[in-house]
Ligand binder design. Structure first.
Ligand SMILES: C[S@@+](CC[C@H](N)C(=O)[O-])C[C@H]1O[C@@H](n2cnc3c(N)ncnc32)[C@H](O)[C@@H]1O
Length: 192
């Protein structure tokens, strides 16, 4: 079902700049990542950096039957595992998160209600990170929420500059302990 711990560790080491970690998120972190989601209302959820699906499965467990989850992942081994989830509400997109708008359109949607991101912005090239964040904000509906995990608050100013309101949660039981940034889009953000 999941990749073995040792294989995840090896995959993390092999691609440390894009994976940004050697362990998958703890269940405490997964729960905190989906806490801001109102599953009664969520119709389109986008996940960025799905890995081998630990948060994906938490989302699917709570999602309504008529909702859709579009999960982005660039690592082919992780994508193979994600495709084996075999849930008709899940679309696995083996593409970079910066193509979020094009992929939403390709699946018949303009914008998402929620974006849940585990992308390792600290280890990705800075320009790519900023680009993905801006495009994610543009791909969110007004009133939508972007949720991001981070192991430090070094980049918090970026989220503050792109979203209208950012609030913070801390999850100590994770390796390493993590922050969850809940970023709200309340006003129209121009196309990028
Ligand atoms: C920190 S891991 C998170 C994995 C899993 N979601 C978890 O919480 O354990 C980050 C994931 O983002 C993926 N990733 C990195 N850059 C990406 C990009 N530009 N677009 C989509 N996924 C990307 C990596 O391959 C990796 O699986």
């Amino acid at each position: 079902m999941y990749m073995k711990h040792l294989d995840f560790f090896k995959e993390g080491i092999r691609n440390i700049r894009t994976t940004g970690t050697i362990t998958r998120s703890s269940r405490f972190l997964c729960r905190e990542m989906i806490r801001p989601v109102d599953f009664e209302k969520a119709k389109i959820i986008v996940e960025l950096g799905a890995g081998d699906g630990v948060i994906t499965r938490h989302i699917l467990k709570n999602m309504k039957q008529d909702a859709l989850l579009i999960s982005f992942e660039i690592n082919d081994k992780f994508c193979e595992i994600l495709r084996n989830i075999h849930d008709p509400r899940l679309v696995v997109v083996e593409d970079s998160a910066e193509h979020i708008s094009a992929q939403l359109k390709a699946h018949g949607f303009e914008q998402a209600d929620y974006i849940i991101s585990a992308l390792p912005f600290l280890s990705l090239p800075k320009d790519l990170g900023i680009n993905i964040l801006r495009k994610s904000a543009a791909a969110l509906k007004d009133g939508g929420i972007f949720v991001q995990m981070q192991y430090s608050l070094l980049l918090k100013h970026l989220y503050d500059s792109i979203f209208d309101k950012v609030s913070l949660r801390f999850v100590p039981i994770n390796v390493p302990p993590a922050f969850v940034l809940v970023c709200e889009k309340s006003k129209v953000i121009g196309a990028v």
